[in-house]
Design a protein around this ligand. Structure first.
Ligand code: NBX
Length: 831
């Protein structure tokens, strides 16, 4: 960090050092914060001190807008969207907030004049990794769009002390390191020690007679834990609106505390405190398959209970009586993780606020809406009735009662169809009795949606077919979107600048449909040259970054072929690997052939307990080691695994990609959002007709998309007819030789057994039909290589991909939720 001379004292009044947007105000604000918050002067400040001062200087400017927004929303009694999500994968705040404040240039100049390395300050921020992948990142994009569209909203979730693990690669294997993201403090959050709610667990319920001699139920818990609010402001782009992300931290209770149970037992008291705090300690790192862990159920109830209690408090503070609760609030359930909210709102309305069942249910089922993110059966949440009863005895009674009312209605509609009743029940009765959280979410909500057109169809025709028969109007589609602020403006400033210059305005940043203006220039050779230069510059940056972190050197002229997402068999990273091995064998067989150079880049974490996914990472690294060190290959193809793929590192990847791998088995990827991020940055997609790929292809045009593989219908048909992967292996000599090469030990220093679990699974079971799609994939990759030779044409396709991505802004998605599902209005806050 270069440390220039102190600037002359600056002549600004105190007020404007907190809120002023001028360069002078930013400089003085920064120096003040460095001094008064970090307690440092310039000459001894560490890079982290500088980052903290920059963060506080930025936050100061957001807080003024935040207070204004809160005042406006309160006095207007605005209808509020509450987005309940166990995960918010925010990514670094600083650069994003500067973009949304519109002061990137001023701040850059201010830093420069202070002799500071602005990029180094931005890079200093450790991201809050409070999510696993797509679902958590979607919640973060939605928060950005809610603020930008000026819709009053609160995101509710958990303030995990440890987010998703940091991934390192050792000897080719994934090794997990704990993510101690709060270690150096978090300048973006404001603790609210007085916003605190008790959360009950365990114990029993009992009936009693109230003052009107009515029979009521009360829950006598065995444990009470407090949830304390930590607030992070979420600023919209170019608007005065700032919404609230409220995350709950678990603490030992003040009321039900030590004195009562631990008189004279100091050690026990401290132990109780530690136990309480474990609830918000760590994010569960498994994405799809459900583990059914008690602590996870406790986490879910913890944040749900705090959030609903907070909403009731806000109702009393603003509107008043609870009767209008469903007019004041709409709650979106991000998957089933928060679906206990249905039972918790019923409990609070009845047991704490004196309502009878019918009134409470009338409110409850008008408040909730539920988004489904997966069809994979192993990912659907269920909880054993015995665990549920032990932890949440009152909620089990309420779930039973909801079920009784619901199944009575089903029986009346479908006389005698007990099989249907069994399928739709909130309780699974085959084997150990379990609570079906997805059924609870559907029954408790007035709207249910999938996250891409194909997925929403499959939701209606397969997963929730019975429910769709029963309530056809309840089902909707809202195709996912991502925020162009983070994934274009922050991640790829060069491209953003070029687009604004070409279109003559930066309106596209808030209205992504305006990217269409690029189409008029798609044939312009001047633009082609600049477009190509922007891509090459991003590829150089990424190459330098990867060289520094992995030692692998990539050729910026090569096709950057990228697959970055969680490692999962259904996403088929191993199909990509089979193509790499095919390229390798081809070069070995005819070393002098004219081939287009390629850099194969992977990124993604595997769930720590998912053996097959971890073996895929090992195989990627093993193949990389052999190919990258084979002198005969001579760098023609290179393979590299980017360690620790997260939001921050992803921002290096999207701008540099030429080819985006979206190759899941059709019908398995609900939407995908990485597909959108790549395409917005000018990568072309090679993909199946899965999730949002279908709609991306519709938008960009089929001539600008590399399609391969079976459709979801064909997959279903093939499976019904009986899928026999070993026949593909036996019949296709190249496929056989690629798999055999893995088994030969070439990639494992002679160990012929290491990758057997993977190759045996492919040949004998292949649940995601890698072998069935192999031939089509290889053929399609050959088309990609041919197309890349024609630089002009490729660049034109790249421009058209970006020009036609308007639909995939999260602003469009949020507008659809607001109009069709939430029925909320914008509340603009002036600047
Ligand atoms: O949600 C993902 C889907 O797989 C994507 O297709 C989709 O685009 C995205 C947003 O709609 N699901 C996902 O990321 N799930 C999880 O991360 C997850 C986390 C915890 C858990 C189950 C799933 N217990």
């Amino acid at each position: 960090m270069s440390m220039a001379q102190s600037p002359e004292p600056l002549d600004v009044d105190r007020e404007s050092t907190r809120t002023g947007m001028s360069k002078t105000a930013l400089k003085q604000g920064f120096l003040d914060n460095l001094f008064y918050i970090q307690g440092r002067f310039r000459e001894v400040a560490t890079p982290h001190d500088l980052y903290m001062a920059a963060a506080y200087t930025t936050r100061d400017r957001i807080l003024e807008r935040w207070i204004k927004s809160a005042q406006h929303y309160k006095s207007n009694q605005s209808r509020t969207v509450c987005y309940l999500s166990a995960e918010f994968l925010l990514g670094p705040h600083l650069a994003n907030n500067l973009v949304n404040l519109g002061i990137v240039e001023t701040a850059t100049e201010a830093a420069h004049e202070l002799g500071l390395d602005f990029d180094a300050i931005i890079a200093e921020e450790e991201e809050p990794g409070l999510g696993n992948g797509g679902l958590g990142r979607l919640a973060a994009c939605f928060m950005d769009s809610l603020s930008t569209l000026q819709i009053p909203s609160i995101g509710y979730g958990i303030r995990y002390e440890f987010g998703i693990f940091d991934q390192t690669i050792e000897d080719g294997w994934q090794v997990e390191k704990s993510d101690n993201w709060l270690r150096n403090g978090n300048p973006w959050e404001i603790p609210r020690p007085k916003i605190r709610f008790p959360v009950f667990y365990g114990g029993y319920t009992e009936q009693y007679r109230d003052h009107d001699d009515r029979t009521r139920t009360r829950w006598v818990p065995a444990q009470i834990i407090d949830g304390v609010a930590y607030d992070t402001p979420i600023l919209g782009y170019g608007v005065g609106n700032v919404n609230l992300l409220r995350l709950w931290k678990a603490e030992a209770s003040e009321s039900f505390d030590f004195q009562a149970f631990n008189v004279g037992n100091y050690y026990g008291a401290v132990h109780a405190k530690i136990e309480a705090e474990t609830i918000s300690k760590v994010l569960y790192p498994n994405d799809e398959p459900e583990a059914g862990k008690e602590l996870r159920l406790k986490q879910q109830f913890f944040f749900v209970s705090c959030s609903i209690q907070d909403m009731i408090r806000l109702q009393f503070n603003t509107v008043g009586p609870l009767d209008s609760f469903a007019e004041k609030f709409v709650v979106q359930l991000n998957d089933t993780h928060p679906s206990l909210a249905v039972a918790e709102l019923m409990r609070l309305l009845m047991d704490e606020h004196d309502m009878d069942w019918d009134r409470a249910w009338d409110i409850t089922h008008r408040v909730f809406c539920y988004t489904n993110h997966t069809l994979l059966p192993e990912a659907l949440e269920t909880w054993s009735v015995s665990l549920f009863e032990r932890l949440l005895p009152r909620h089990l009674e309420i779930v039973y009662e909801i079920n009784r009312h619901f199944l009575d209605e089903v029986r009346i509609r479908f006389l005698g169809d007990e099989e249907r009743v069994r399928r739709m029940s909130l309780i699974a009765e085959d084997g150990e009795r379990r609570v079906r959280m997805a059924n609870l979410a559907v029954v408790g909500s007035r709207a249910v949606n999938g996250v891409a057109a194909l997925h929403s169809e499959l939701v209606k025709t397969t997963l929730f077919k019975d429910f769709h028969d029963f309530w056809p109007d309840r089902f909707h589609n809202v195709t996912n979107g991502v925020t162009p602020r983070r994934f274009m403006v922050v991640a790829n400033p060069r491209l953003a600048r070029l687009i604004s210059e070409t279109c003559g305005s930066d309106d596209w940043i808030r209205d992504l449909g305006r990217l269409r203006d690029l189409e008029a220039h798609a044939m312009d050779s001047g633009l082609h040259e600049r477009w190509h230069a922007v891509k090459i510059a991003a590829k150089r940056d990424l190459a330098a970054w990867l060289k520094h972190r992995t030692g692998v050197l990539l050729d910026p002229e090569a096709i950057f072929d990228v697959q970055a997402k969680r490692i999962h068999e259904y996403k088929r990273q191993h199909l990509n690997l089979l193509h790499i091995i095919r390229c390798y064998q081809r070069i070995k067989q005819s070393p002098n052939q004219d081939m287009v150079p390629r850099a194969f880049i992977f990124g993604g974490k595997a769930a720590p307990g998912y053996f097959m996914a971890k073996l895929i990472i090992k195989l990627i690294n093993a193949v990389a080691e052999v190919i990258n060190n084979d002198p005969q290959i001579n760098g023609f193809i290179r393979v590299v695994f980017m360690p620790d793929f997260n939001v921050k590192n992803g921002q290096h990847l999207y701008p540099a990609a030429n080819l985006s791998e979206q190759i899941s088995l059709a019908g398995k990827e609900a939407s995908g959002t990485g597909n959108m991020k790549f395409s917005m940055n000018g990568a072309l997609t090679i993909g199946t007709l899965d999730g949002a790929n279908v709609e991306i292809r519709e938008e960009v045009g089929k001539e600008n998309f590399f399609l391969f593989g079976m459709s979801a219908d064909e997959v279903g048909q093939h499976q019904r007819e009986g899928y026999r992967p070993w026949e593909y292996y036996a019949r296709d000599a190249e496929l056989k030789s690629d798999i055999d090469l893995i088994n030969s030990g070439l990639f494992s220093h002679g160990d012929t057994q290491l990758f057997r679990p993977l190759t045996d699974r492919l040949v004998n079971q292949d649940p995601f039909m890698v072998l069935a799609d192999y031939r089509a994939y290889i053929a399609c990759q050959d088309h990609v290589a041919e197309a890349y030779r024609d630089h002009q044409h490729w660049t034109r396709m790249s421009i058209l991909n970006v020009a036609r991505m308007g639909k995939f802004s999260s602003d469009r998605a949020i507008r659809e939720y607001a109009e069709h599902i939430w029925r909320t209005e914008p509340h603009p806050i002036g600047l």
